[in-house]
Design a protein around this ligand. Structure first.
Ligand SMILES: *Cc1c(COP(=O)(O)O)cnc(C)c1O
Length: 353
């Protein structure tokens, strides 16, 4: 992507911004984005195929009431304790805008989800990155010392893979002066997470997505749980009509009928994650322990390794110079045939180093 000169008409903060560029080139085996590599859930697919004309011609529900009901039932909260969005990205962006005025600080761990610094800039906020502590866990005191109006946490953390400790999360939630956002995009792979607990704490917002374990990244459906008054503010900031009619129908179908399919693939992820980890160790690599559907693997010169893999038709996400880790590549866990292709390509890429 060539950088265009910034438009003078743009807001000052926007002139320094560039587009999110994960540098994703189509390739035969794409293990770069942590989506469900087994495919789409069957009931959701049927719902899209069988959708009536009005799903295209008419506006969707203003605030996705039916989807909120379905999500609430699964999450074990009330429908008014749910806010949905066009992906959880939309919920995160709306939330930081709702709870912090331009100029205020938003703190996030380093390394963590790269969208957060971007959303902070897009909303005129000052991003403060706080290094992860020992064992890739958060350091609650450092996080709290940032003086941030909003604290963002991600568990399991992307791209490191480890779930944060409950104690550290609880300590932050108890003592934070403002809103705490806990991003649980990968929680289905690690256990129960905090989802049902969200509304109990007035200032905790827990985001989830149907993009990962549910296999619906293309539909863009995300949500959060929290105290009813808290999620109502996020909903104002987000605006109406953000979940399309087709996405809402498919998501409701998936929540009603595809949960066994989702569970089955979570089990496949866990066993293939162990198997891949062993195979990577055998290659002389030291993948970080993961509670998610990906592993982070430190390598020398990640961009070059990623480029060599791409030549073999394998797409991984390179992370050059990650704080506390160094260069690393991130590999999404998928069906074993795919993992074998990745391993073979990786052995070759490392051999020619
Ligand atoms: C993938 C991911 C998301 C999900 O984004 P959507 O907009 O729901 O697709 C959110 N947070 C993290 C940390 C992620 O890795």
């Amino acid at each position: 992507m060539s950088a265009r000169p910034a438009l003078e008409l743009a807001r000052a903060e926007y002139r320094a911004l560039s587009l999110y560029a994960p540098n994703r080139v189509p390739c035969a085996v794409d293990v770069s984005d942590n989506t469900n590599l087994w495919g789409a859930p069957p009931a959701a697919l049927r719902a899209i195929r069988d959708a009536e004309n009005s799903a295209l011609t008419r506006y969707p529900a203003t605030y996705a009431a039916a989807l909120k009901h379905a999500l609430a039932a699964c999450a074990g909260v009330c429908p008014d304790e749910i806010v949905t969005g066009c992906g959880s990205d939309d919920v995160l962006d709306s939330a930081i805008r709702a709870f912090a005025a331009p100029g205020a600080r938003v703190a996030y761990p380093e390394p963590s989800f790269p969208m957060l610094p971007l959303f902070a800039s897009m909303n005129g906020l000052a991003g403060v990155s706080v290094p992860l502590g020992a064992q890739m866990d958060i350091d609650p005191d450092a996080m709290l010392a940032s003086g941030a109006r909003i604290i963002y946490l991600c568990s399991p953390n992307n791209p490191t893979g480890r779930a944060l400790s409950d104690d550290a999360i609880a300590r932050i939630v108890e003592r934070a002066p403002g809103v705490v956002i806990l991003d649980e995009a990968y929680a289905e792979y690690s256990g129960d997470g905090w989802l049902a607990r969200g509304p109990r704490y007035g200032k905790l917002l827990i985001t989830r997505t149907l993009s990962k374990a549910f296999g619906l990244a293309g539909l863009r459906v995300g949500y959060a749980t929290g105290d009813a008054a808290l999620v109502a503010e996020v909903e104002k900031s987000r605006g109406p009509y953000k979940v399309s009619a087709l996405a809402e129908r498919a998501a409701i179908a998936a929540l009603a009928q595809d949960r066994a399919w989702v569970r089955e693939h979570i089990a496949h992820v866990r066993s293939n994650r162990e198997r891949l980890t062993c195979a990577l160790l055998a290659l002389g690599l030291a993948p970080l322990p993961s509670d998610a559907n990906f592993v982070l693997v430190p390598v020398v010169d990640a961009p070059t390794v990623a480029q060599r893999l791409r030549r073999c038709g394998v797409g991984v996400r390179p992370f050059p110079a990650l704080a506390g880790v160094g260069d690393a590549i991130r590999i999404t866990i998928g069906p074993w045939a795919m993992m074998q292709t990745v391993l073979d390509a990786l052995a070759e890429a490392l051999a020619c180093a």
